[in-house]
Design a protein around this ligand. Structure first.
Ligand code: ZN
Length: 232
């Protein structure tokens, strides 16, 4: 079939600078329900075009660039109780070759001391959760009671770090809790992974090393030296 190249270009251009999304689950979902749920969740100014692509992916094209920015800024998104992982997409990419290993989350903190209240200290603390992309607010002290928040790229295949032990000036090492925005309902509240639901957790107790990593203490252990003692 001869299709004029111009027509192909024009058609493909609609999908320039789109997003590609995938519901992070192994449960088989009806793509029509997913599309309906996405439209229902996002309150956009202009139209959203959604195409169900191979590999359980959805290509999302926004008529209004501001809508797209708003969606990206407020990532992560929960759709039908699952995490919708999002990435930038262009027509030259193959949908089923786009991998979803990480997702962006906003994190708030509880347990911060006065000596932690700066962008640079917050950035250090947030590093325990993943790759820090942004601190909000970037240049002043926070104006509301929720305080600083950090935009962090989190590994979807590892346990979500629940906080970290932090040095303080006057109180010794102190625990700071991470409060994630938009944790999907379908994730494990026992081992804090996205890969399964709480009731599907294999229940195996974590190893000591895993536990130390989850609670944020370096797993380095002092070596024990056995000294040969000469018997009299
Ligand atoms: Zn689990």
């Amino acid at each position: 079939m001869e299709i004029p190249r111009n027509l192909l270009l024009q058609t493909s251009a609609r999908w320039n600078s789109s997003l590609i999304g995938k519901i992070f689950t192994e449960t088989k979902l009806d793509p029509n329900e997913v599309m309906r749920a996405i439209r229902g969740k996002w309150n956009l100014k202009q139209r959203l075009h959604i195409l169900a692509a191979e590999g359980g992916r959805f290509i999302l094209s926004f008529e209004n660039e501001i809508d797209k920015e708003k969606i990206m800024k407020n990532e992560s998104w929960q759709i039908m109780g699952y995490l919708l992982a999002l990435k930038e997409f262009n027509p030259e990419n193959k949908p089923n070759q786009v991998t979803f290993k990480t997702s962006l989350f906003w994190i708030n903190f509880t347990g911060l001391q006065l000596e932690h209240q700066s962008q640079s200290v917050i950035k250090l603390i947030a590093t325990a959760a993943g790759i820090v992309k942004e601190i909000d607010p970037p240049d002043t002290t926070p104006r509301d009671a929720t305080g600083y928040r950090a935009r962090v790229e989190v590994d979807l295949y590892k346990p979500m770090r629940q906080g970290t032990m932090t040095e303080t000036l006057y109180m010794g090492p102190t625990w700071v809790d991470f409060v994630y925005t938009g944790i999907p309902y379908h994730s494990c509240k026992i081992c804090h992974r996205f890969t399964h639901d709480t009731n599907n957790c294999d229940g195996a107790p974590p190893t000591v090393t895993e536990l130390l990593m989850i609670i944020g203490i370096s797993p380095a252990v002092e070596p024990i030296h056995f000294q040969a003692r000469a018997t009299p």
